[in-house]
Design a protein around this ligand. Structure first.
Ligand SMILES: [Fe+2]
Ligand SMILES: [Fe+2]
Length: 179
């Protein structure tokens, strides 16, 4: 398998979560009531799966290796856009967390911000994924030999293996810090 194989499979799960988020957003808007527990689940999915696990492999393995190669201007431009989009995703997710906290504290205006953040994410992710799937992942494979591709695939598996341990180590460390 090419190193982009697992990443494309991950895209399919992210798309499914985006559909769930879309439906939940419509429901929250209609019912004029947020669903803080779902928002927490969605934020965990985005931060742990979409950002740390998935964008992590893109940035820490694929993009890192591409930066060592001489790539076309077009691919360079797309890679820079993708990195910026990852940053934007993190920013909106942070805003969503903050709006959810305000909602839980009784701020009546927070619902509007929650809906807006969710809608932005629902709109943003499919376009980001399409850009990678259709215009980047496959064309940039040509810069790598079979051995280089195999090494990236292996590194991706090792990267994934460490994540669950990292997530719960951080949870314990946070608990220890906050007493
Ligand atoms: Fe990405
Ligand atoms: Fe991606």
């Amino acid at each position: 398998m090419m190193p982009i194989g697992p990443m494309m499979i991950e895209h399919r799960l992210i798309e499914r979560m985006i559909k769930v988020m879309d439906a939940k957003t419509v429901k929250m808007k209609k019912g004029r009531k947020a669903d803080p527990a779902f928002i927490e689940t969605a934020v965990d999915f985005i931060r742990t799966y979409a950002d740390r696990c998935h964008h992590g492999k893109e940035e820490d393995i694929l993009f890192r290796e591409l930066k060592k190669k001489t790539i076309s201007q077009e691919h360079q431009k797309i890679m820079e856009e993708l990195i910026e989009e990852h940053k934007e995703g993190r920013r909106i997710t942070g805003k969503l967390v903050e709006a959810n906290e305000r909602y839980l504290a009784g701020d009546s205006k927070a619902l509007e911000d929650i809906v807006q953040c969710l809608q932005t994410l629902v709109d943003f992710y499919p376009r980001h994924i399409e850009k990678e799937d259709k215009h980047f992942f496959i064309p940039v494979m040509k810069y790598f030999s079979k051995d280089e591709q195999d090494a990236m695939l292996k590194e991706g598996y090792e990267f994934d293996q460490g994540l669950i341990h990292e997530k719960y180590r951080h949870a314990v460390e946070r608990g220890e810090k906050n007493g």
